[in-house]
Design a protein around this ligand. Sequence first.
Ligand SMILES: [Zn+2]
Length: 457
Amino acid sequence: MSSEPVSGRAFLGTALHTPVRGQLELLRDVLIVVGDSGRIEAIHPRGSPEGESAAKRHAAAGTLARFGDGQYLLPGLIDLHVHAPQWPQLGLALDQPLEVWLQTFTFPLEARYADIGYAEAVYESLVGALLANGTTTALYYATIHLPATQKLADICLKRSQRALVGRVAMDHPDQCPAYYRDASAAIAQAETRALIAYVRSMPGNEGGLVRPVITPRFIPACSDDLLGRLGALAGEKGCYVQTHCSESDWEHDFVLDRCGVTDTAALESFGLLSRHTILAHGNFIGDDDIARIVRAGAGIAHCPLSNVYFSDAVFPLRRMLGHGVHVGLGTDIAGGASPSILDNARQAVIASRTLESGVDPLQGRQQRRRESSRIDALTAFWLATAAGGVALDLPIGIFRQGYEFDAILIDANTANGNLHLDPADAPEETLQKIVYNAARANIRTVWVGGRLVHTLG
Ligand SMILES: [Zn+2]
């Protein structure tokens, strides 16, 4: 017997992932070896001598997890757009137009995060709920409050959720109420700089599990001075950027009126469009904007549930993918009324089918349809995992040597689940059933960087 010391952990079972759009890979009875770093060190196929000896070593050391029938390892789900402070209003005021929803409901709620105790209670609840829904990576907007934003970063690190966290910057007196806005562009810039320093130096965050994000709320809420300062900071710090972009008729037209150009062109001119920029929504971006986004390598957070309520249109997903835009999925809590990326994957399919068939039966068939718009469940799953990882430029979303072991275990045998998997199902059928039917109660276990972060109670 080998006396080689055992480090890390190993996972023996069947895995499903989509490394490339449209390509499902079934890894049957593989052994995935994860190092102490949390990254995948090796994936041994069934029956390989190396795999068998590694499995024996890990079994003897008590570091082998073994999965059985009806259980599938999937990459963890990636949420590219979450407003953490809006968790308490999930499902409320969805009948309001965006600008009313913000001024009447959302800004008063976000102002409450001056109270650090309130922030802590909400953020603990949210991070726990997202992990239970299989979200292993989340891109968060917090509020304008630096201490509460730091608290969100603390909680993500403590609970080992991979997270990108932004302190919202918004200083424009015309669009931001006096009770909830940055007192000046200089203060917003200074506090954003302070958040970057804080997150990058958190003890225990040496591996970069939690990262800071420069977060101008959206152009209407920010002065040109602020946008310029944040763009300069993004260049100086090599930081992620997130903002909203061409979300609705009102928002898109507002920016055209004020800036004389689209959101995307304005963001580019302020230095806010880069490989590490994620634009939420992007429903109304045109061909020139697509070219700008592709040139920069920026990504789009497609939020199909939120779009139903606030965006006035269906996101032209296939068109974006066809141009090579990086796209992933976002819940847009609380614009979208579900914390589940699986729910949004389903809605992404539905939205694409709606765009393809059209919505108004009084229009003729050819007038109401937009050809070649549909996606399938496989593409939706790819968006929720691998594509989200590409958009973030992080080694997550697939099972591959050198990638983080961020994973969920789907289990068809749990109580209160919605899955009936048949051993005779083809791999594509298994994945379709998971995408369309899996409930939160089917997510038995969740790992981030090889660490257990949630298990079904
Ligand atoms: Zn949003």
